[in-house]
Ligand binder design. Structure first.
Ligand code: URA
Length: 234
């Protein structure tokens, strides 16, 4: 990329101003003042403007998918099962899923090509909350709700306090919203099994304040500017 365009795409100045900065000797490539206005920036070049390193802003893609049951959350599957990537084929970017949802879990899945954001959303230290709506077998008694809120043993791991809200009783099952901030393998299923109410259906409805909303199953949309800002500041 030509140096003036590089400076402009870093959001530092217009191309015209960039040319001025170059002419005035305020641009350095790898520590040396640049004398050549048509310089093509090479991968690995370090560009300074006014003695500060600059990097061009790359535009990332952020997609929110309502994952259906029966899709695996990986780029490929050696067993040939359908992957979520098949649902976002039309997206013109090298996006990948942020974290996992089980094969049989539905709901909110973010896909992006922003590695930094993906890393931050997944790292346990950031305690990003995830809300699920679960259909569980039987009646979730007050005692069992209290156990889930306090923390349960899911095979050598005691879960952190969770938010638990009964939505309604449906026949012999119960619909319940649960919010956790950990991401152990099959955690929600294991938590409900631990108190004796196995999960019959599971949908992730939110990550932090980012909501699945009314998006149809199997459909996706791009995140809005505000949603992207929100995730970045989480
Ligand atoms: N917890 C589960 O058990 N399954 C998921 O897919 C996500 C959270």
């Amino acid at each position: 990329m030509r140096i003036n365009k590089y400076i402009a795409s870093a959001g530092f100045a217009s191309r015209r101003k960039a040319d001025r900065l170059i002419a005035d000797g305020n641009v350095k490539i790898n520590g040396e003042i640049l004398r050549e206005p048509g310089y093509e920036v090479m991968p690995g070049d370090v560009v300074h403007v006014n003695n500060r390193v600059i990097k061009p802003k790359t535009r990332h893609t952020y997609v929110l998918l309502n994952k259906p049951m029966g899709y695996i959350t990986t780029m490929q599957d050696e067993k040939g099962r359908p992957t979520v990537m098949e649902l976002v084929q039309a997206v013109d970017a090298r996006i990948f899923p942020v974290g996992r949802l089980d094969y049989n879990t539905e709901g909110l899945l973010i896909l992006t090509d922003d590695g930094d954001l993906a890393y931050r959303l997944m790292h346990p230290k950031h305690k990003v909350t995830k809300t699920y709506r679960a259909l569980v077998a039987g009646d979730l008694s007050r005692e069992r709700q209290a156990q889930l809120r306090k923390g349960v043993d899911i095979g050598g791991f005691i879960t952190s306090p969770a938010k638990v809200e009964i939505v309604k009783v449906k026949g012999r099952s119960t619909i319940v919203d649960i919010t956790i901030h950990e991401g152990k393998n099959r955690q929600v299923r294991k938590m409900f099994s631990a108190v004796g109410n196995p999960v019959q259906g599971l949908v992730r409805t939110a990550i932090g304040e980012l909501k699945l909303g009314r998006l149809a199953i199997g459909h996706y949309r791009k995140l809005t500017k505000d949603e992207i800002e929100y995730l970045k500041n989480m």
